[in-house]
Design a binder for this molecule. Structure first.
Ligand code: SF4
Length: 509
């Protein structure tokens, strides 16, 4: 690892501790809002479940992010099964990488393949062998070692092992401590990956490449470029079409844009420091990273709205414009885009008006998507958030007509609660991440993906594409109706008669 590394903790803390986040709640948005940040019996952070069907592992989300890096090999340090996500997500990662660089390789991953013997004797030998093999066989720019539960349980010090190995390999070694058992919040994965980047890749600036140092005109050009460049963070919640739409809007404001960390090369993290501003598209993603970059390198950041739907896209643009003192230019752009979007949406409004949607996903994205759907004429019958923390509060407060009685469930997975809820609410469509709606689909409700990397959701073109796709999904619900007719429901009738919150344990019992 670099001798010039930034001083940072070995592993990112779990979000239960860092943000006092919670994963168990069922009630109205107003009840939830009144409990955020509250201690004692109403504390969300300490609430749990007496029965839990499943919840996400931060290791798999970390792999989903790490597999997008160009010219990098990922070593899964643990039992081979922990790498299952790298098999399931291979096609999407490869396709998205090649949209940025047609010559990009498929994600390459190897496993240290720990077994019962290694649990007794330690995993160091196998980790060393895996790293040296990855370096000699693939010659990558970086080798990222993602540690799963087993090395943490048996006490492998991955950071120290990699530090001693660095002199024997040419790739830069990066340690990401993302053990699944350490957190109930899958979103801790964002912090874990950023922690690895900060420890090992962020600290050295690359020498500027395009301009000759020392020449006055070149110095001016360099400074101009740097002061008009924005880094937009993408940890996997933006496809290429989303990036192109945000780039189009920022270029219209005469700003350059870099996207990171997904789909970049390891060396690009040093160039990140040559920008005027870092911008997040989602508070759930980037606060850990951006606060550290500001603290250590002095680069300011914006964490605000997610640019999904016209209201939050406009706010996202205006926040950036305010920083550069170009609000008038942004206001003119927003007016023009609004008019074009209104015209484009007209043929879709009649089919969507009055439909009811249940929206499930990340705490910021569900409210931004709710706003977009309301703009299309939908009613929101309810929300489900993976988790809740302080970042959700302002979005609840301005949801719809204000904080109200909209139903909300906070649950990382827990498909049994979801099945009970949609049976009661009977929405016209379930908007949810792919793979999380299969059980619900058997209830006869069409499913619309909250996010797919191949589609466009962000900005003005994203709002149009969501309307276009939603109309098609809602008008073609026969597949789901057939499933509900011919497939048995996955849970017993008794469960559907029970309260949804039957297994949620509030803080204190
Ligand atoms: S919970 Fe632990 S053992 Fe299971 S997949 Fe995640 S990292 Fe691997």
């Amino acid at each position: 690892m670099s001798s010039n590394t930034l001083k940072i903790e070995r592993a990112a803390p779990p979000r239960e501790n860092r943000l006092e986040a919670g994963t168990a709640f069922c009630g109205t948005c107003e009840e939830l809002r009144s409990r955020i940040g509250v201690k004692g019996k109403a504390c969300l952070n300490q609430a749990g479940r007496s029965f839990s069907q499943s919840f996400g592992c931060q290791f798999t989300l970390s792999l989903a992010i790490l597999n997008t890096l160009q010219n990098t090999v990922v070593v899964v340090h643990g039992p081979v099964g922990c790498g299952f996500w790298s098999v399931g997500g291979l096609g999407a990662s490869r396709g998205q990488k090649r949209l940025r660089d047609p010559a990009a390789l498929s994600p390459i991953w190897v496993s240290s393949n720990l077994d019962e013997h290694d649990v007794i004797n330690g995993g160091e030998k196998k980790l060393r062998e895996a790293v040296i093999y990855a370096d000699r066989e693939f010659h990558p720019e970086a080798i990222v070692v993602a540690s799963s539960c087993v090395p943490a349980l048996i006490g492998d010090d991955t950071d120290a092992i990699l530090e001693s190995l660095q002199q024997d390999v040419s790739a830069e070694l990066v340690s990401v401590n993302c053990e699944g058992f350490k957190t109930r919040l899958m979103a801790t994965a964002y912090d874990a990956v950023y922690n690895g980047i900060l420890k090992n890749l962020s600290s050295r600036r690359i020498e500027r490449e395009s301009y000759a140092a020392g020449d006055k005109l070149d110095d001016l050009l360099w400074d101009y470029k740097k002061t008009h460049t924005v880094n937009v963070c993408n940890v996997g919640s933006m496809g290429r079409a989303d990036e192109l739409e945000l780039q189009r809007l920022l270029n219209a404001l005469e700003l350059n844009v870099n996207f990171l960390p997904c789909y970049t090369r390891p060396r690009d993290f040093r160039r990140v420091l040559d920008a005027a501003l870092n911008v997040s598209i989602c508070a759930t993603h980037d606060d850990y990273y951006l606060r550290h970059v500001k603290e250590h390198f002095g680069i300011p950041y914006i964490i605000g709205a997610m640019p999904v739907g016209r209201k939050y896209t406009a706010r996202w643009l205006m926040d950036i414009a305010r920083f550069f003192n170009i609000e008038d230019k942004a206001a003119a752009l927003i007016e023009k885009e609004d008019a074009a979007l209104n015209e484009a949406l007209e043929p879709y409004r009649a089919a969507l008006n009055g439909k009811r949607a249940y929206i499930s996903g990340g705490e910021i994205r569900i409210f931004a998507t709710g706003e977009l759907l309301r703009d299309l004429g939908f009613e929101i019958s309810g929300y489900k958030a993976h988790h809740v923390d302080e970042f959700m509060k302002p979005f609840i407060e301005e949801d719809g007509e204000g904080p109200g009685n909209t139903f909300i469930n906070v649950a990382s997975q827990q498909p049994f609660e979801q099945a009970n809820i949609v049976r009661r609410l009977k929405p016209d469509v379930l908007v949810i991440h792919t793979g999380s709606g299969n059980i619900t689909a058997k209830h006869g409700i069409p499913v619309f993906p909250l996010f797919l990397p191949a589609n466009n959701y962000m900005g003005y073109s994203g709002a149009f594409e969501v309307a276009y796709r939603l109309k098609r999904v809602i008008s073609n619900a026969q597949f789901n109706r057939n499933m509900s007719r011919y497939r048995p429901l996955p849970y017993r009738a008794e469960w559907y008669g029970k309260d949804v919150w039957s297994y949620i344990k509030p803080s204190g019992g």
